[in-house]
Design a protein around this ligand. Structure first.
Ligand SMILES: [Zn+2]
Length: 65
């Protein structure tokens, strides 16, 4: 639902040392702990809607429908 609304999504890697907050992954609704490398996905049309994802959840997101 969230992805697919926007044309382009910029995906950036977050290195473990950059992850100094706990995030909730929208793919699995589990926490991404501090110090865990993951991805941040920023819709270019709506940068406020960026989300932090587990790497595996992002790669699997298209298979859930
Ligand atoms: Zn996840």
């Amino acid at each position: 639902m969230w992805n697919g609304l926007y044309g382009t999504v910029e995906v950036r890697r977050v290195q473990p040392y950059e992850a100094n907050k706990v995030y909730v992954c929208p793919g699995c609704h589990q926490h991404i702990p501090k110090g865990t490398g993951h991805l941040v996905c920023v819709p270019s049309d709506a940068p406020d809607l960026r989300r932090h994802w587990h790497k595996g959840c992002w790669e699997r997101r298209d298979r859930r429908t």
